[in-house]
Design a binder for this molecule. Structure first.
Ligand code: DLL
Length: 424
């Protein structure tokens, strides 16, 4: 679709959504009235900037059903994402929303080259988290054979992946890494597995991590992006060129704004990703501030899809650590670790404040083959890592090399940071 036609379609859909939330959702009506905007002011997609933002705080304030635009009798599914504190964020979906979700999810799997003839193992957690049921609906809409495995029970995961001939694995990248080790331990030869494709998301991951996963699992590892408030997995996906995540912008309109001021940023600049849902009916959201940092790419993709792409999620505004005044994203550390051949991509950042000074430790596992008790070798490796991290981050961490398999593994979203300063 040409950009012009896409904008036309988005404008029509936005107009309908704005009328819907204005008429059916009191908090939105009030917020628009405060801004002096009525549905009549929204005539095209360019008018979106007139609309108020929605934040995670709004979802907490109107917990659990306050932001629904449909009566509860039309809501057929609830999901929730656990916040760090207090009540979770609740999202309600109508039948229409589940159909959209199935469709955008099936687009993702199709872009990875999967068809109805394939077996897909879904190892995202099932339950309130959108990962399991989201990927499940995507696979079923495609007509593929879905194994609703959920996370955990690693030995069984490997056995069924092998016995049922799973071609695709859908889980978090950190859990995929864990499963890769379990596959190697299982002693089942790699060529007896049919696995070819990974659909990995729900947490930030780097190009280095992609390389590790592709090598360890012998697959192509693709990104899948989404968030509970917007719909779940399926908001965006990579294609065979693995060169940016295509957004399903005919359903979810993206903007990039300055995370401090909320001002829209020029095309191509890195900022906070904001989405408006333009087809959902259960809990349509206008200009939802995701807190995710990325940039949008409008140049056409080699695959022929005309949808806008986003770059990798650099991190979340809330994940950014400020250590001794320097901004640090865990993904920067991951990039460095994946570049150093002696290291496993398992790491933990531990930040503390001792005598009013920030301490910053990076724990990282050394590969079995390089794990040595020769002090010179260890010192040399530590020095190299510290030097590299110092030049990328601008501050120097204490690097602690730890034994292979000593950092706790995750079966869902990995926990990469312990910030002890928060408890002081
Ligand atoms: O994580 C939905 C999902 C499930 C996406 C399975 C992909 C696969 P939430 O729990 O609400 O929803 O968390 C959403 O996770 O705002 C990002 O910060 C992060 N995230 C999700 N996908 C990616 C990705 C699900 N591909 C939050 N890359 C989002 C980086 C991601 N971060």
């Amino acid at each position: 679709m040409s950009r012009e036609d896409m904008h036309k379609l988005q404008g029509i859909r936005l107009k309908k959504t704005v009328a819907m939330v204005y008429n059916n959702c009191e908090p939105y009506r009030k917020r628009m009235q405060e801004k002096g905007v009525t549905p009549a002011d929204i005539q095209s997609i360019a008018d979106i900037a007139k609309l108020p933002f929605t934040s995670k705080k709004d979802l907490r304030d109107y917990y659990p059903y306050g932001l629904l635009s449909s009566p509860i009798s039309d809501i057929v599914r609830i999901h929730a994402s656990s916040g760090t504190t207090g009540k979770p964020i609740v999202a309600g979906y109508t039948r229409n929303d589940l159909d959209i979700w199935g469709e955008v999810g099936a687009r993702c799997f199709t872009a990875y080259g999967l068809t109805k003839n394939d077996v897909i193992q879904v190892s995202y957690g099932y339950g309130l988290f959108t990962g399991g049921l989201g990927a499940h609906g995507a696979g079923e809409t495609l007509g593929a054979t879905v194994i609703p495995m959920s996370s955990g029970n690693t030995e069984k995961q490997i056995m069924l992946m092998h016995d049922l001939g799973a071609v695709a694995l859908a889980c978090t990248p950190s859990y995929a890494l864990y499963l890769a080790d379990a596959m190697a331990d299982s002693k089942i030869p790699r060529n007896e597995f049919k696995l070819k494709v990974g659909a990995f998301g729900a947490e930030p991951w780097t190009e280095g991590m992609r390389k590790e996963l592709e090598e360890k699992l012998g697959i192509k590892a693709y990104d899948i992006y989404g968030l509970t408030e917007i719909i779940g997995p399926g908001v965006g996906h990579e294609c065979q060129f693995q060169n940016g995540t295509h957004l399903c912008e005919d359903h979810f309109y993206p903007e990039i704004v300055n995370p401090e001021t909320g001002e829209p940023l020029p095309h191509g600049e890195v900022g906070e990703l904001v989405f408006s849902t333009i087809t959902k009916t259960g809990m349509p959201l206008l200009r939802f501030r995701t807190r995710d940092l990325t940039r949008l790419i409008y140049e056409p993709c080699e695959c022929g899809r005309t949808s806008v792409r986003m770059d990798r999620i650099l991190g979340r505004c809330d994940d950014m650590l400020i250590i001794r005044g320097v901004n640090v994203f865990p993904s920067q550390v991951e990039t460095v670790i994946c570049e150093i051949p002696e290291l496993e991509p398992h790491y933990l950042l531990v930040v503390d404040r001792i005598n009013n000074l920030d301490s910053f430790e990076v724990q990282v596992e050394v590969k079995e083959a390089f794990y040595s008790d020769e002090i010179n070798k260890v010192m040399d490796l530590r020095k190299r890592i510290t030097h590299r991290l110092q030049s990328v981050l601008g501050i120097s961490p204490d690097v602690r090399l730890v034994e292979p398999r000593s950092i706790e593994r995750s079966q869902g979203k990995a926990k990469r940071v312990i910030d002890k300063r928060k408890f002081k």
